[in-house]
Ligand binder design. Sequence first.
Ligand SMILES: [Zn+2]
Length: 282
Amino acid sequence: MLKRFRKKIDIDSLDLERVYSIEEFEYISSLVKNRSLVIEGEPVDHFELSNTGKLIPIPPTTFKKELTVTKIANLLEDWNITTRQKGVVTTSQGGFRISRDKIVAPDVAFTPRKRVKKLSKKQMKTFQGRPWSPIFVVEVDDFDDSSYKNKNSKFAKIDAKMKDVYFAADTHVQLGWLIDPVHENTWVYKRNKNNKPFRREKGWHNLSGERFLPEFTLTINLITMEEIEDAPSSDPETSSSSGSSTDSSVEQSFVQCVYCDAWFVSKYLLVHHLKYGHDNVV
Ligand SMILES: [Zn+2]
């Protein structure tokens, strides 16, 4: 199926003003996954498709942003597993055909089990099935201009994407977080009674998943580099020579599962058991 695009589309000179079909978008996306691409001097990680059918190049993420995205995705997946949601957590490698002609890839998204179960094979494996969307989206970025009211600022563009794309009238998105880990600020998006999106600035505090993600709270100080930056960096040669004596001084203590009485040699193994194995034991 993809062969027929080979002659028509030259990945090294993509026309960003041209209108592309969903099939062409899939073909281009498959090529970008396995090679590096630079457009007008800027590296491209993947593309989104605008509602006018144009390619939107998305650059690779910085280390700091990726760290935050990964931590949020991990904490969300942790909640997904521990509370037996059986939903699906995706990152920006997971694109959604969110409306008829628009494909987007939120930094982090959650799709509940009941919606995943209804997806057809076509929706799972291609962008050609009927549009669908997650219920929760997260975008991470930093807004160095801090001009939140400037119409052309990066903030204004992401704000518009949140409201007009993720929270369009026909999507299932109910909760959205915009997180700036560099300037330590957050914005929460929801729908009002008339289904219209609204935004609230929340500062740098823990964020609640509310009724959309029951019991989930994002502990804000777990998603930045502070833990890493605070740790004293030691010389690798020195630490390796003193490593063995430190290890031997760690006392081994056993912990017991309160539900099934099984014993574990570390807290980590007990937590792992509670998350993944306990239901299979009892
Ligand atoms: Zn147990």
